[in-house]
Design a protein around this ligand. Sequence first.
Ligand code: PTJ
Length: 244
Amino acid sequence: MSDVPETHPRYLSLLLRDRIVAGVEAGVTSIHGLIAHGRGEAFDYLLGERTHDFAESAIAAAGAMLRSAVHPVISINGNAAALVPDELVALGGLLGAPLEVNIFHSSNDREQAIREHLQGHGAADVLMPQTDTTLDHLESNRRFVHPEGILKADVVFVPLEDGDRCEALRKMGKDVVTVDLNPLSRTARAASVTIVDNLVRAMPVLLETLQPMPEAPRDAAVILSHFDNASSLAAAADCMRGGG
Ligand code: PTJ
């Protein structure tokens, strides 16, 4: 942790930068992750760095989707692992869902480092990508998945995603829940449910939503008939333009 005083007006934002930098230094986060984080910061600034109503509605829909899934899987990249490892492990525990390492910028060392990082935060088991199991419709390193994880999943939680895989997962008939500060991104538009919020703020709310677990499972189509992703994204974009 750098020597930024807690009284600094941008303390929380600087703290998150430190987490991402520590992730890079630990070999967990890609150097490209710093750029992605900076882009996120800019959108978050436009949101006033707070969780809006549209995000809370999306979190409620996301919780319902994950809870009703038969085989939910939590996909983890280098940024998510650095920012919210405890929360991702807790989500896996609450849902009984596997965590699976899936990264865009190919690196066996980083995949191992992410796995060990998650295990260090309490994950019992972490699925790893397999070179002989691939997703259709995808050329990037993200196509390599685990047969008992993303390949088999009906709902995949993919925070901080790049658009290609989200589209590929949707083409394979899977539902995708994402957290993305950019309401205009391909991921945001292709996902079944997009939470336009900072992953760091959204995760605790999502976990809280899932705490009283025993609600009768509902059908994904029923949940999505009550949540319109395009309208939610339009509300987020409008908010960023100063209309919200
Ligand atoms: O670890 P890897 O190799 O899988 O790489 C991960 C990154 C994030 C580098 C990779 O997936 C990537 O390049 O992503 P993109 O295409 O830059 O997209 C990342 C999206 O996440 C952008 O739309 C950002 O605005 C958004 N974002 C960044 N930080 C946050 C965020 N959304 C929510 N919470 C954040 N903290």
